[in-house]
Design a protein around this ligand. Structure first.
Ligand code: 9MR
Length: 349
C-alpha cells in the first residue's frame, strides 16, 4: 500500500518536473493582440481578478472586449428569493468602460443553470413565462447601451449533436419556443446588441455543427432575431488540421456574425495522439495559428470578435480542473508563450 502510494506520488512529481522543462520556452516577443488583429480581441474576466495588479495591466494592454466569466449568469444574478443582484457584473462593466473596452454579455439562458427560484414557480404556464421575460428584460436591459452583444441561448444542442437539450426552460415553454422567446425578449430589452446562439464542439463534432446550423435556421424561420453564431472553440492540442477552418467557413455560410467566443487549447484533454509535452505544445501553437488564420479569412463584416477564455494559464478553468494543463496564450507569470506568437502569426490583414 505504502509502496504503491510512493510510486504514484513519485510518478506524479516526475511528470510535473518534465512538464516544467518542456514548458520553459525561449521568451517570445509579440505586439499586443488587440493591435495585431483587425477585429476585436476579447477575454473573460472574473470580478475578483479586477484587483490583481499583474493581470489588469496585461488585460488592458492586450484586449479590446471583456466577457464576465460567470457573473452575468443566473448562478450569480438570481438570489434564492428570486430577486436579482448586479454588483459584480456592474463592476466588470465599469472596468470595461474605464479601459475603453467593449462588453459582451454571457449568458442569458443556459440549460445548465436553473435557479431554485425558477424551479419553485408554481401554477400556470403564463406565470413562468412572465418570470422568464422579466429576467431577460432586467439583465439585458441593464446593460443596454454598453453590451455590444449577448449569448442569449448557450449550449442548446445535445452533447453528441443528436437533437436539442432538454431543460426546465424547454419543458415549461417549448423546445424551440423557449429559445425564440429568449431572443425576442433580449431584442425587446436591447434593440442594439447582436444576439448570439453559442455552443461548443462545433469544430470537432461535425454532426453537432450540422444540428447547430439547422437550429439557427429554425429559429430564424420562427422569428428569433438572431444576429450571430458563437463557437466556443474549447479545443485540444491534437485536433486534426483543417477542422477549425471547415467549421468557421460552414458557420459563416449562414451569413450572420461569427464570434469565436471562449477559445482555449487543452494539452491534457487531447486523445493521446501526441505523446510528449513538447509535441502537445507544438500542436497547441498549430491549433491557435489555424484559428487565427481561419477567422481572419472570414468576410470582415462577419468577424464579430475573437475571445480567449483567459489570458494566463493559471486563470483557466481547465487548469483549475487539471493543474498539468496550460491552455492559454500567456504563462502563469503573464509572459507570452509560443502559442501567442503562433496566434499572431496566423492573423491575416
Ligand atoms: O470558465 C467558467 C467557470 O469559471 C465557471 O465556474 C463555469 C460555470 O459558470 O463556467 C465556465 O465557463 C463556461 C462558459 O460559461 C460556457 N462554456 C463552457 C465554459 C467552460 O466550462
Amino acid at each position: 500500500m505504502t509502496l504503491d502510494r510512493r510510486i504514484v506520488l513519485g510518478g506524479g512529481l516526475a511528470l510535473a518536473a518534465c512538464d516544467r522543462r518542456a514548458d520553459a520556452q525561449t521568451p517570445v516577443s509579440i505586439p499586443p493582440l488587440r493591435s495585431a488583429a483587425a477585429f476585436p480581441v476579447g477575454v473573460c474576466v472574473q470580478e475578483e481578478q479586477l484587483g490583481d495588479p499583474s493581470l489588469v495591466p496585461l488585460i488592458a494592454a492586450q484586449i479590446s472586449q471583456v466577457t464576465p466569466e460567470w457573473e452575468m449568469k443566473m448562478e450569480y444574478i438570481v438570489k434564492d428569493d428570486g430577486s436579482f443582484r448586479f454588483e459584480a457584473p456592474d463592476r466588470i462593466a465599469a472596468f470595461a468602460r474605464a479601459n475603453g473596452m467593449r462588453l459582451f454579455g454571457h449568458t442569458l439562458i443556459w440549460y445548465a443553470q436553473v435557479p431554485g427560484a425558477f424551479e419553485r414557480l408554481e401554477g400556470k404556464r403564463i406565470k413562468f413565462g412572465d418570470a422568464y421575460r422579466n429576467y431577460i428584460l432586467a439583465v439585458a436591459g441593464r446593460y443596454h447601451g454598453q453590451a455590444v452583444g449577448w449569448d442569449v441561448v448557450n449550449e442548446a444542442v445535445a452533447e453528441d449533436g443528436n437533437g436539442w437539450r432538454d431543460s426546465l426552460w424547454s419543458q415549461k415553454l417549448g423546445k424551440l419556443q423557449h429559445m425564440v422567446l429568449a431572443f425576442q425578449h433580449a431584442r425587446e430589452a436591447d434593440p442594439d446588441a447582436v444576439l448570439f446562439l453559442n455552443d461548443y464542439n462545433l469544430e470537432n463534432i461535425p454532426r453537432k455543427r450540422a444540428t447547430f446550423m439547422k437550429l439557427v435556421e429554425a429559429l430564424l424561420k420562427a422569428g428569433a432575431p438572431i444576429g450571430g453564431v458563437g463557437t466556443q472553440t474549447h479545443l485540444a492540442a491534437d485536433l486534426a488540421p483543417g477542422e477549425i477552418t471547415k467549421a468557421l467557413k460552414d458557420l459563416a455560410s449562414l451569413g450572420l456574425m461569427v464570434h469565436v467566443s471562449e477559445m482555449d487549447v487543452s494539452l491534457t484533454r487531447s486523445r493521446g495522439v501526441l505523446k510528449d509535452r513538447s509535441k502537445l505544445l507544438a500542436g497547441q501553437s498549430r491549433v491557435y495559428a489555424e484559428a487565427a488564420e481561419a477567422f481572419s479569412s472570414l468576410p470582415a463584416a462577419q468577424r464579430f470578435a475573437f475571445t480567449h477564455w483567459g489570458l494566463r494559464d493559471k486563470d483557466s478553468w481547465l487548469k483549475r480542473e487539471n493543474p498539468a494543463d496550460a491552455p492559454l496564450l500567456f504563462d502563469d507569470a503573464g509572459r507570452p508563450k509560443a502559442a501567442a506568437a503562433a496566434w499572431i502569426g496566423g492573423l491575416r490583414a
